[in-house]
Write a protein that binds this ligand. Structure first.
Ligand SMILES: C[S@@+](CC[C@H](N)C(=O)[O-])C[C@H]1O[C@@H](n2cnc3c(N)ncnc32)[C@H](O)[C@@H]1O
Length: 269
């Protein structure tokens, strides 16, 4: 069936299955373009948490990973996993999208740093209970699942006691603004409290891209509800002289309000 002309963008509730299907299709289809646009900024063996350029090498949010068993979810091309391996960790890199994992395999070939790649939905991790010291993701999985509480529960399940979970997402306050890196992105137009998903859909109203919004309080409640203790919430500032524009991220907006939130949590010992 050809899409009808009314394909477009809306805000509405989507089921977990609709969200998963859209994400898989989107990231498979967009993988080449994403890597072409962002691959050099992300590097082949580097852990960049966000467009603000905060690196794990400087932030140490995961602690000393040498000898630790680490899982990355929503790994994309897995540059973070390869950096963690270069620091002495035993790492598993996972993602929903085969297209993104194809770039992870290419990155391993280019860099000579190889980690096991696992294709999986972050809401149903194919690992036993209590096997990882650290789980992490930079902008992977969490913003794209309808039931993000279930990601928190799955990560909690696979972590050992005292294990650490750190994830970065678009800062929830950005939901209020248009995805515009320029002046148009400085005007508040949407309700922060509107949890309906951002949905791009085809002419038959089938979602093709879905991004989910939770308030800061929602995210904290999901973490605490799964059993975690929240250790820190980092809102990286836009560095002086950093002139990157990445989608809606830009120096103009970054100087005024945060673009990224990084949650660091621990499973009680
Ligand atoms: C913005 S990219 C981030 C990739 C990488 N971490 C980076 O920094 O470039 C989001 C990633 O989340 C993955 N993803 C989306 N939904 C997912 C899900 N339900 N489970 C696991 N990964 C998912 C996508 O396939 C994509 O690779």
């Amino acid at each position: 069936m050809e899409p009808s002309p009314d394909a477009g963008v809306t805000r509405r509730a989507v089921s977990p299955a609709e969200s998963r299907r859209a994400s898989r299709g989107w990231w498979d289809g967009d993988a080449d373009a994403y890597q072409a646009e962002h691959g050099s900024f992300l590097g082949d063996v580097d852990f960049v948490w966000c467009p603000e350029g905060l690196r794990e090498a400087d932030a140490h949010l995961l602690g000393d990973v040498a000898g630790k068993r680490v899982l990355e979810i929503g790994c994309g091309a897995a540059s973070c996993s390869r950096w963690l391996k270069s620091q002495g960790a035993e790492v598993y890199a996972s993602d929903l999208s085969a297209g993104m994992l194809r770039h992870a395999a290419a990155g391993a070939t280019r860099s000579g740093v190889t980690v096991p790649l696992v294709q999986t939905d972050a809401t149903a991790l194919p690992f036993a209970d209590g096997v990882f010291d650290v789980v992490c993701t930079a902008f992977g999985a969490v913003p794209f699942v309808a039931d993000s509480a279930s990601v928190m529960q799955e990560v909690y399940r696979v972590l050992k006691p005292a294990g650490r979970w750190a994830f970065s997402i678009t800062h929830p306050m950005r939901w209020v603004f248009l995805d515009d890196p320029g002046e148009g992105g400085l005007v508040a137009v949407h309700s922060y409290f509107d949890r309906r998903a951002y949905v791009e859909e085809d002419g038959h109203h089938v979602p093709t891209y879905v991004e989910q919004h939770r308030t800061l309080g929602d995210r904290i409640r999901e973490l605490v509800g799964a059993g975690f203790v929240l250790d820190d919430l980092i809102e990286p500032e836009w560095p002086e002289g950093h002139d990157l524009t990445w989608g809606q991220w830009s120096p103009l907006r970054g100087r005024i309000f945060p673009g990224t939130a990084i949650f660091v949590a621990t499973k009680p010992a």
